[in-house]
Every structure is written in structure tokens, then in C-alpha cells.
Design a protein. Structure first.
Length: 400
């Protein structure tokens, strides 16, 4: 599980730093690449030579080394890792992390990183119990910093209680848990908006214009995104589909309500527009039921906003990946290409909805994933399988 993973290990100044040497060995045995930052205080407990020998990498220990800055800036150092591990995490370094201080390489790398962080605190029992330390740990936890330990027992300072750094194998287990979780939740930390179902455009209090969309595909996409860990908002028109687990559902009726709900849900990394939005709405909505006496009044229609095109043109707030569907009955890929360009989205899942395919309301879909420079033909799949394949593609896209 750890083979090929890149760990940035920050060793701060605690007596438990000697255990970090063993931690490096355990991680290396499992195939991880370990790059180490040693704080000035850390170097009082373990030597740079021991750390370099075990990690088989250069040790980074000075923020202001000019050669390091040109070879490997602290920003690159902090980003070229899959996980940053702070072991031992001392009261001092936890305080700096919580306060956002950056006065040495370790604290600067921790402030500059965009990668998940795991801390293994260690300190004297009274220090660990101190409200200041507990407040810092709570602040870090609220920011998503993961923690292993400390355990209870006899401490190096002679006192007994909570404050022992977790053992190297416990830290390895916490690191493995982290990678197991992220492998099954590749979109954790991403936000997604999905539109689904038809819209209903009222004519009067009892009548509306709508379409046959069931919402099955959009709901399946929202559920798959949520399973992959994305924080997902599903904006749905009326649909008989059950509410997908783990998504925030916003129910709407009209296209304009759907657009407003989508804009409200920004910012997002991903937008998937699977709704069958009614393109035109009655220009006037009668406030009381239209009566049939007299000649039929001509229906005057106005165009609805295009939600997909609006999200794709949202400027600064544009989701990094905007995906549309294109329901076509002929020249499926050709029309999808034109739609991709016209709406400014990144991908279109073009689906053949000719009546013979039974797509509308059915459980299956036959789609082509169309981007500006490629087309992938997918076999006939269940809508759930289409959703899962799409989410796999989205995860690959963000992984790159
Ligand atoms: N779409 C949208 N808002 C609209 C119309 C469509 O967000 N007002 C989105 C759909 O959710 C879908 C994509 O645009 O992702 C394409 O929908 P489709 O109905 O195939 O396209 P239209 O723009 O209506 O084009 P046409 O009907 O001419 O094929």
C-alpha cells in the first residue's frame, strides 16, 4: 500500500525523535520514499547523518540555504509529497502550525503545503493537558489535520501520563489508513454540483410544460460523486428517484430556480449538468386557472437560461471541470462536438435517446464521452455504471 508513496517527514525537537529513525526504516521497508526536514531542535536529538542514511535522501534543515532554495524550494518540498507527517510534533511546532507562523523550514513547509498532514504529538503530560496545547490541537483538527497518539505511559521526563509519541508501527498504520481512505475516496476535498431531472415551467396554477426525464442518470452521478468523497450538491427538478445518500439535495421546479440554486452552490471544482432543462417557458404565467371557454389563446414562449453554458462561463468562479449531457437522436457525436463548443464545457456525455434505445426513463444508457480532442465510445451500461465510469474519469482528471 505504501509502495511509491512520497512522505515528507518533519522531525521536530523531542526526545521521541529517535523513534522517527525507526519510522523512516519502516516506511522505506514498505516501499515509501521518505524525504526529511529536521528542525534545529530536532538535530539536537538525532543527527542529520542518521536521518540521511536511513532515508537515503538529502536532509533539509535550513530555510535560508541558498543552494537548497535553488535546488528545491520549500514550496516544492512541501508539495512534492503525498502526505506530510510531523513526528515528533512538539508543543512548539503545533503552536506554530495553529497560529500560521513560518520562521524555519519546518513551519514554512507546513504553511506552504497543499497536502494532507498527519501529526504524532509528544510532550510532557502537563504540557499536553495544557489548554493552550489542547486548543491548538483542536484548531488543527478542525482544519483537517490528522493525528495519531499521543499514548499514555512513562515519559522520558520521568513523569507518567499522556504524552508519549505513538510507536513507529502505529504511525505506519495511521499512514496506511490515510492512503486506504484516499484510494477509495479520490475526490475527497472536492466540491461538485449536479443537476438532475426535468424542469417544470408553469402555465397556470395547475398546468406546466415538462419532459420525460426521470432524473435517474443525474441522481446516479451525484451518488457516485459522493461515494468518491466529493462534497456534492444535487439540484434536482421533480423526480421520483430516491434521495441519494450523502448529498445535499436542493429541490427546484423551474429552469430559473435551477440556475439560481447552482449559482448559490458555487464555488465548486466539478459541475455535471444532467438535467433535461425545458428550453422554453411560457412568457406569462396565469395567476388563476386558464378556462377553456373561448378560442385557444396562442402560447407565447421565451427562452430559459442555459445552466450548463452559464456555469461554463462563470469566469473566476467557473468549476475546473464542467460536464454536460447531450441527448441526441442522430449524428450523436457530431452534434455533441458542436454543443461542447457552443456551451463552453469541457466534456459532453452524448447519449443516444432515439426511441429504440429506451434511454428516457430506462435503466440503461449508451454514451460517448466527447472532449475537445477525443471521443470515447462506452458500451451500453446501466445508468449507475455510466455514473461510476464518469466519476473514475473525473478522479483521473484531477489526479493528473
Ligand atoms: N442544459 C442546461 N440548461 C438548459 C438547456 C440545457 O443546463 N437550458 C444542459 C443539459 O443539462 C445538458 C446540456 O445542456 O447537459 C445539453 O442539453 P440538450 O437538451 O441536449 O441541449 P440543448 O441546448 O437543449 O440543445 P438542443 O435541444 O438544440 O439539442
Amino acid at each position: 500500500m505504501l509502495a511509491g508513496k512520497r512522505i515528507l517527514l518533519i522531525i521536530a525537537g523531542g526526545i521521541a525523535a529517535y523513534k522517527s529513525l525507526d519510522l523512516i526504516r519502516r516506511l522505506r521497508e514498505r516501499g515509501a520514499a521518505v524525504r526529511c526536514v529536521l528542525t534545529r531542535a530536532g538535530a539536537q536529538f538525532v543527527t542529520p547523518l542518521a536521518v540521511a542514511s536511513l532515508s537515503e535522501e538529502k536532509v533539509y534543515d535550513d530555510l535560508f540555504s541558498l543552494t537548497d532554495e535553488s535546488e528545491m524550494g520549500h514550496i516544492r518540498l512541501s508539495r512534492e509529497a503525498d502526505l506530510v507527517v510531523v513526528a515528533p510534533a512538539t508543543a512548539d511546532l503545533l503552536g506554530k502550525m495553529a497560529a500560521g507562523l513560518a520562521d524555519d523550514l519546518a513551519s514554512t513547509a507546513l504553511l506552504a503545503t497543499d497536502k494532507p498532514v498527519l501529526i504524532a504529538p509528544t510532550m510532557n503530560v502537563m504540557m499536553w493537558a495544557h489548554p493552550a496545547v489542547q486548543a491548538n490541537v483542536a484548531t488543527l483538527a478542525a482544519r483537517g489535520v490528522r493525528r495519531v497518539g499521543p499514548g499514555a505511559g512513562e515519559l522520558a521526563c520521568g513523569e507518567t501520563g499522556s504524552g508519549r509519541m505513538a510507536e513507529p508501527l502505529q504511525i505506519v498504520a495511521a499512514i496506511e489508513d490515510f492512503f486506504a481512505e484516499t484510494a477509495s475516496r479520490p475526490l475527497a476535498g472536492r466540491r461538485a454540483i449536479v443537476t438532475s431531472g426535468p424542469t417544470r415551467e408553469p402555465l397556470d396554477p395547475v398546468r406546466y410544460i415538462a419532459n420525460r426525464s426521470s432524473g435517474k442518470q443525474g441522481h446516479a452521478v451525484a451518488a457516485a460523486l459522493a461515494r468518491a468523497g466529493a462534497d456534492t450538491v444535487l439540484v434536482s427538478g421533480p423526480s421520483a428517484e430516491p434521495d441519494p445518500a450523502g448529498v445535499t439535495l436542493v429541490r427546484v421546479e423551474t429552469a430559473r430556480e435551477m440556475l439560481a440554486a447552482c449559482l448559490q452552490a458555487l464555488p465548486a471544482d466539478i459541475a455535471v449538468c444532467a438535467a433535461a432543462v425545458v428550453d422554453w417557458r411560457p412568457a406569462e404565467v396565469a395567476t388563476s386557472k386558464l378556462k377553456k371557454n373561448g378560442p385557444a389563446a396562442p402560447l407565447v414562449m421565451v427562452e430559459n437560461p442555459d445552466i450548463l453554458a452559464t456555469l461554463a462561463a462563470a469566469g473566476n468562479g467557473r468549476p475546473a471541470l464542467v460536464v454536460g449531457f447531450a441527448a441526441e437522436t442522430d449524428a450523436v457525436v457530431e452534434y455533441a462536438r458542436a454543443k461542447l463548443a457552443r456551451k463552453g464545457c469541457d466534456w459532453i456525455l452524448a447519449n443516444d435517446v432515439s426511441p429504440a434505445t429506451g434511454t428516457f426513463g430506462g435503466d440503461h444508457n449508451t454514451v460517448h464521452l466527447v472532449s475537445a480532442d477525443a471521443v470515447e465510445d462506452w458500451p451500453r451500461l446501466t445508468k449507475r455504471a455510466v455514473a461510476e465510469r464518469l466519476v473514475d474519469r473525473i478522479a483521473e482528471h484531477f489526479d493528473r
